[in-house]
Write a protein that binds this ligand. Sequence first.
Ligand code: MG
Length: 290
Amino acid sequence: MNKNIMHNNVMHNNVMKKIMCCLFSLTALAAGSTCAADAAVQAKSGDKNSAKEPAQAAKPEDTEQWEPVPVKVLPGANDAAPPSDAIVLFDGRNLDQWVMSKDRSSARWHVEDGALVVDKAFGNIETKRLFKNYQLHLEWRIPANIEGEGQARGNSGLFLASTGTEDQGYEIQILDSWENKTYVNGQAASIYKQAPPLVNASRKPGEWQVYDVVWTAPVFRADGTLETPAQVTLLHNGVLVQDHFQLLGETAYIGKPVYRKHDRAAIKLQSHHDPSLPISFRNIWVRELN
Ligand code: MG
């Protein structure tokens, strides 16, 4: 092929490309479509109509979910009162929902003036029912005339899942932390020996305090190994103090936390072996989240 013929062929191809391009643009315009350049300009200028024009444009209703409809739950008369789907664990009257941790016999703490008072002579108590994931509300009070210091000043504990007859499980610390120095991962609202609270939201001894907990139990494989760790979120007197904290294992007083396979478990309250006056509980309820 000589140079002239080659040149003519290239020219011919370019002309054809231009004609095809124009025809395509005209067809697109006739169909009411918007060319890419115009769309870009409109998108840049924030033109709301631009999203409606293409035939397959996304619609607001594309992302609306209508089913399943969330179950109606009637809230309590105030935010501390149990909602309609709660299991009430203590309402100020009796210990029917509780047993001794050591042998599952009837719970032997006292009910005084609508409050559940720890009896240190008898040890820990736990729920008759077993739980997996849940939301828990619990109120506790350090005696106004509390004495002692550090870990020996109003010590108790909320075990989110009891895994043994003594202090085995996952403990949120209960302690007088109003003006009482101790290691920070052992003060009130800590995940004992694992995570200090984000802030110290303690009230004075003699005043009622509130824990609102969301507990996600650990999941284990058939061979006993951990699949997903436990997670806890805690509000102390309405203040966020643990935010989706992933536990490293069960609470260990000495040594590192370790996971041991367990299934559904009781919620346990601690009778701590220190000489300070016993603490009290009231208004305890739980909502299962299984
Ligand atoms: Mg404790």
